[in-house]
Design a binder for this molecule. Structure first.
Ligand code: F3S
Ligand code: F3S
Length: 104
């Protein structure tokens, strides 16, 4: 799966959303998350993020390694809605994202 990491926090450029053919990039209050069971690894989202917050799981920089679990765990309650457009804004970010310091 592809993974969104900390660069998205409080930025939410959303260019990635328009590229995803399966609509598996979901919005939380502070960042967006890729649903690991719905992503088909097409890679279309990765080059369009202006802050390079998206990477394939095996290519995550070490400082972003925790975001593989974060992108998965945030869907624990939501399950697999099968499309972000119909799901709307998620009620909460992953706890680690909610607690993250605001970027300068
Ligand atoms: Fe975030 Fe980059 Fe998408 S900032 S919303 S991952 S284009
Ligand atoms: Fe969508 Fe990016 Fe996966 S465009 S299918 S989230 S690689």
């Amino acid at each position: 799966t592809y993974v969104i990491s900390q660069g998205c926090i409080d930025l939410k450029d959303r260019a990635c959303v328009d590229e995803c053919p399966v609509d598996c990039i979901y919005e939380g209050p502070r960042m967006l998350y890729i649903h690991p069971d719905e992503c088909v690894d097409c890679g279309a989202c990765e080059p369009v993020c202006p802050v390079e917050a998206i990477a394939y799981e095996d290519d995550l920089p070490s400082e972003s390694a925790g975001y593989l679990a974060i992108n998965a765990e945030v869907f624990a309650d939501l399950g697999s809605p099968g499309g972000a457009a119909g799901a709307g804004m998620m009620p909460a970010d992953h706890p680690l994202v909610a607690a993250a310091q605001a970027s300068a």
